[in-house]
Design a protein around this ligand. Structure first.
Ligand code: OAD
Length: 258
């Protein structure tokens, strides 16, 4: 596939931006080997629907199954490394005036890539909390389970631990969505990268950016509901497109590993 090209006006808008907001989804971690949600599920859990596993009821019904699925995802994530898309976003944060990175992902790869101003809308897979009272738990403080396949227990209340991620039907972590909306309200450039834009409230952020007149950019090989609405659409893998875009706008920037 030919090298992507970028209009001078787009590159100038990036360089002059006062506040760039980036919304990422599972697609930005696809090139790190982490399966997305709504594409053909690969591997052991192809027969389970995440919407059947990532819910409080599923955990009540069968906490070993849900815990096992998250342990499998943790194992996968622990072997994953940031890809050039994550690294290009970290580099962009270094060279631009103000960048807010809002991610739906729970894999922690943006932080590993060097991004700092991150809002984890859906929590973080590598953290636990207790199922009954949301007590935060430092790793290793938990009480060993009676049965190996059981989740460990909360040191404060002995209820089962669960991953500190947002499940279907649950509210987002307090003030994360408010912070995400506030950043989007004042953004003058808004990227939607690797997201199918179907899960709210995250999916309403690009629409808010458009209402506020921000320059909107989508990076996704597949079409989404945003595709006909954005100012610039790049139907390319993020790991290819983002380094090329950042280097085109800021030729002297160094992108780790690229
Ligand atoms: P999805 O799996 O719904 O969408 C991933 C998008 O990334 C798809 O549109 C793919 O076409 C695209 N994609 C795949 N490979 C890509 C690549 N290399 N570069 C760029 N894009 C690529 O994942 P999300 O939109 O993140 O919620 O899903 C949103 C939420 O639904 C998730 O956070 C999760 C899920 O249920 C919770 O866990 C609460």
């Amino acid at each position: 596939m030919a090298e992507p090209t970028f209009s001078p006006s787009l590159l100038q808008s990036l360089r002059e931006a006062e506040h760039i907001v980036v919304l990422t989804g599972a697609g930005v971690s696809a090139e790190s080997g982490i399966p997305t949600f709504r594409q053909a599920q690969t591997g052991l859990w192809a027969k389970y629907d995440p919407q059947e596993l990532a819910t409080p009821d599923a955990f009540r019904r069968n906490h070993r199954l849900v815990w096992g699925w998250y342990q499998w995802r943790r194992e996968l994530v622990s072997r994953a490394r940031p890809n050039p898309a994550h690294l290009a976003l970290a580099a962009m944060e270094e060279v631009t005036t103000h960048l807010t990175l809002i991610t739906q992902n729970v894999d922690g790869l943006h932080g590993q890539a060097g991004s700092h101003n991150i809002i984890e809308l859906h929590g973080n897979l590598m953290r636990n909390k207790c199922f009954e009272y949301d007590h935060p738990v430092t790793a290793g403080a938990e009480i060993a389970p009676e049965v190996p396949e059981d989740p460990p227990r909360c040191p404060q209340c002995r209820s089962l631990l669960r991953p500190d991620v947002v499940w279907f039907g649950e509210a987002l972590p307090a003030n994360t969505i408010e912070t995400a909306f506030a950043a989007t309200q004042e953004s003058d450039v808004f990227f939607a990268i690797g997201t199918s834009a179907v899960v709210h409230p995250a999916a309403s952020l690009p629409l808010l950016a458009m209402e506020r007149g921000a320059l909107t950019i989508e990076v996704n090989p597949d079409r989404t509901s945003l595709s006909p609405l954005v100012d610039h659409r790049f139907p390319r893998p993020a790991g290819e497109l983002l380094p090329a875009l950042v280097l085109a706008a800021w030729p002297d920037v160094s992108i780790g590993g690229v």
